[in-house]
Design a protein. Structure first.
Length: 108
């Protein structure tokens, strides 16, 4: 191998190492945020705050945690995961339509 190809290989390895380091940092920060969100939810319930305040906040925190799980821990944002992402979002859309239809039927 020539020196030029070795340099290119070293640069590629260094790039991959930096990329993995950055991804690990994001996962640790996300995990810490999820723990904080869980503690906040437990704290609101233990403080016996009004239900009309607690329930929407807990649903928002839960939705954010689901997003964190999908994008950072299940790697749905990475290349090559387009088909699983499409299937997941299709399932969410079908579930939303089913719930919407049931709500309309019950209230109609």
């Amino acid at each position: 191998m020539t020196d030029k190809s070795m340099t290119t290989i070293d640069q590629q390895q260094q790039y991959e190492q930096e990329k993995r380091k950055q991804e690990m940092k994001q996962q640790v920060i996300t995990f810490a945020l999820m723990i904080i969100f869980t503690i906040v939810a437990f704290g609101m319930v233990m403080a016996e705050l009004p239900k009309l305040f607690v329930i929407p906040i807990m649903l928002i925190l839960a939705a954010v945690q689901v997003g964190f799980q999908l994008y950072y821990f299940m790697h749905m944002s990475h290349k090559g995961h387009e088909m699983p992402s499409m299937m997941f979002y299709g399932g969410v859309f079908a579930a939303f339509l089913t719930i919407l239809a049931l709500v309309v039927l019950v209230w109609w």
